[in-house]
Structures are given as C-alpha cells and as structure tokens.
Design a protein around this ligand. Structure first.
Ligand code: NAP
Length: 282
C-alpha cells in the first residue's frame, strides 16, 4: 500500500479538543454552556446509538444536551410543535431531529420548521440557501467534516479536479458546493452518470458518498489522487466503504479508511456547529 492513511479519528479528536477549550471560554464569558436538544421519533436502534454518541461527545466537550424521545405514533403536528417550541426556547442553542422519521411524517416539513439559527445539522432550506449563495451559515456536519479533513491534510483544492459521487442534500450537494467555494473544478456524479469509472479517474480529489459497497475500484482512482470515502457499508465480510480500499490505496496518494475516516468527523463538526450556534445567539 502506498497511500497515506487519513486518520479521521485523530483529526476529529483534535477538533473536539479545540471545541472543548472554546466551550470553556464561552461558558466563562457567558455564564452558561451551549445546549444541544435532540429529538428521536420511534425506536430505531441505529438512531438511538447515533444520538447517544452525540450526547456523550457533547458532555466530553463540556456542553449540555437534552433528549426528547417521542413514540413512533407521534403525529407530524405534535413533532412540529416540539420543534417550534425548541426554536423559541432561550435555553436551547442547537436542535437536531434524528432522521429517518416514521413514514407518516414528512421529514422535509420537519427540517424546515427548525429555527435556522439552531439548525446544527445545516439542513434547513435557509442554511442550504446560504451555502448555495456562498454565504456564512450552518453547514451540514459530514460535508464540513470532509472539508476539515482536507484542510488538515493540506490538500490543494484551488484549480483541482474534484469528482463527488452522490448528489444528496445531506452529503453530495453540500460537499460539491464547499469544494466549489474552495475553487476546485467540481463534477457531481449520480446513479445516471454514464461512465462513472472514467469520470472518477479524472479526479485529483474523489469524494464517494453513495452507500454501495466497493462501487469504485482502483480503475476509478487517478494515480496520486486523494480519496475520501464517506459511506460506511455493512457487508457479510464486515464494514467497507464505497471505494475498494486496498487496491485503491495502491494507486492514491492519500485515502480515508472505513471505519475511522469521515465517520468520526461528523460528530466533531456537530460540536463545532452547536458552539457556533450558541455564539451567534449572544
Ligand atoms: P443517499 O441520499 O442515498 O444518496 C446516495 C447518492 O448516491 C444519490 O445521489 C444516488 O444517485 C447516488 N448513487 C446511488 N447508486 C449509485 C451508483 N450506482 N452510481 C453512482 N451514484 C449512485 O445517501 P446520502 O445521505 O448522501 O449518504 C451517502 C452514504 O453516506 C450513505 O451510505 C450514508 O449512510 C453515508 N453517510 C455517512 C455519514 C458519515 O458520518 N460517515 C454521514 C452521512 C451519510 P441518485 O441521486 O441518482 O439516486
């Protein structure tokens, strides 16, 4: 293997330490610590684990978190009422509604009801609009984490050919917009892209955010490029990314492992966003 391994766990730990120090300073100045409110509807075990980890990370950074666990049969209007209540609650700085929500609830309507100033997932139309316009706002955590990895690794983005595979509101589109803001030349691929392998092989920076195990082989990786694999796929042989790691690592200059690459950055950037939301309310 020739590629440098981008250690997301270590970089996330650095970010979390920095946030903890800034939270302590903020609390000393303001007399209160930032508060994250989380909401889960139903009892999806994966959501429970994600949210528990987020609460633990908040505590470790010196922030407070409060949880609202709602029954699976909670109506959309009840959920909207809670989200609006949290928006008006002066003690709450950040609001996170863990997705997915049960089928009878429209996630877009719920997200749109979040106070944009407390939208620590960066998913409201208001924050997505600010990002689209290249204006400051709260940026979705995983895309922000990808950019932090690239910054930490000193990856030159100006003029670089970047290919993003995936065009979701959560990952692909915001990553592409952030890379454009960093002056990369950006191509976004998706399920209808004609020659995915050839398009990816052009990339100085390849970001894969799909959710298909080993979709991209070494033939999709340009020699000497940087590869960021966002998804963590569960297979019978264990966890793997969208990029076939070992062969790709023979070709790339740097690559994120799965697990231990982008994953840990998501929670770290949630802490960054919660602190930013608290600061903006002062
Ligand atoms: P998503 O909404 O399902 O989007 C997947 C994207 O991949 C879509 O744009 C889809 O194209 C595209 N795609 C699907 N099959 C493809 C194919 N064969 N060739 C090319 N493109 C294809 O998922 P997401 O929310 O963006 O998340 C992507 C993955 O990252 C998921 O596995 C998710 O679990 C993971 N994730 C990880 C983290 C983390 O912290 N590490 C955070 C968020 C998400 P179309 O638009 O044409 O359908």
């Amino acid at each position: 293997m020739s590629a440098r391994v981008i250690d997301g766990k270590a970089i996330a730990a650095t970010v979390r330490e920095r946030v903890a120090a800034e939270v302590a300073a903020h609390a000393a100045e303001q007399g209160r610590t930032p508060v994250l409110a989380t909401v889960i509807v139903g009892d999806d075990p994966a959501s429970e684990i994600y949210v528990r980890n987020k609460h633990r990370a908040c505590e470790e950074a010196g922030m407070r978190s409060v949880h609202h666990g709602l029954a699976a049969e909670t109506s959309e209007s009840e959920l909207l009422e809670l989200v609006r209540e949290l928006g008006g609650d002066p003690d709450v700085d950040g609001i996170l509604v863990q997705l997915p929500v049960p089928q009878h609830i429209d996630p877009d309507r719920v997200v749109a009801a979040i106070d944009p100033g407390k939208d620590v997932d960066g998913l409201t139309p208001a924050n997505a609009g600010l990002l689209a316009h290249g204006m400051p706002g709260l940026v979705p955590c995983t895309p922000a984490g990808v950019m932090e990895l690239l910054r930490h690794e000193g990856v030159e983005l100006e003029g670089a050919e970047a290919v993003v595979v995936g065009r979701s509101k959560l990952v692909g589109v915001p990553v592409a917009r952030l890379l454009l803001g960093a002056n990369a030349t950006v191509t976004v691929c998706h399920s209808r892209t004609r020659d995915l392998t050839a398009t990816c092989r052009r990339a100085d920076l390849l970001v894969a955010a799909v959710g298909v195990p080993r979709l991209l082989g070494a033939d999709a990786v340009k020699p000497g490029s940087v590869v960021i694999a966002v998804a963590m796929n569960r297979t019978e042989e264990g966890l793997c990314g969208d990029v076939d790691y070992a062969p790709a690592a023979e070709v790339a200059a740097a690559i994120t492992p799965v697990p231990g690459g982008v994953g840990p950055m998501t929670i770290a950037m949630l802490l960054v966003n919660t602190l930013a939301a608290a600061r903006a309310r002062v």
